[in-house]
Design a protein. Structure first.
Length: 156
């Protein structure tokens, strides 16, 4: 039986990515006409890794940057979110091995400044890390978001 891949192996496994494909079929109803880039997991991680303390980015900002970089109409919202999640888990895996300089995944938010509850340690971990960097986290219903996140956004 083959051993399960580590998060780091998943992050490094680019396969045939990145690739730009036409938006067709069901995708065109949701995303319109043009092309979509499916980035490599490592590309998403590299963007997340560059964020300095106190700065934030959203998945939508990452998608827009990747689309521009690859000459596509849009960046894939599904795979970009999945690859951010993989990058977060790979970072925690490295932290557990004693590495200090990990990808600061908690600085990557969903749209509208919402904290990603699927990151390692869930909302509480991300909240503590964000608050330690001076951000104010607010709860609205079941969702948590960073207040005034727009002022800390990095536009690539």
């Amino acid at each position: 039986m083959r051993a399960k891949k580590t998060w780091q192996e998943k992050l490094d496994g680019n396969g045939d990515l990145p690739k730009v494909v036409p938006i067709e079929g069901k995708m065109s109803k949701r995303w319109g006409a043009g092309t979509v880039v499916i980035a490599a997991p490592r590309e998403v991680d590299e963007i997340m890794k560059k964020l300095p303390r106190g700065k934030l980015i959203t998945i939508n900002e990452i998608r827009a940057f990747l689309a521009k970089k690859h000459g596509a109409t849009i960046g894939c919202p599904i795979t970009t979110g999945i690859f951010a999640w993989v990058a977060a888990h790979a970072a925690e895996e490295r932290a557990a091995q004693g590495e200090k300089n990990i990808t600061p995944y908690w600085r990557t938010l969903k749209s509208s400044g919402q904290i990603n509850e699927k990151y390692p340690g869930g909302i509480e971990n991300a909240r503590a890390l964000l608050e330690s960097e001076g951000h104010r986290v607010m709860r609205k219903g079941k969702k948590y978001r960073v207040g005034n996140y727009e002022s800390a956004l990095v536009h690539l």
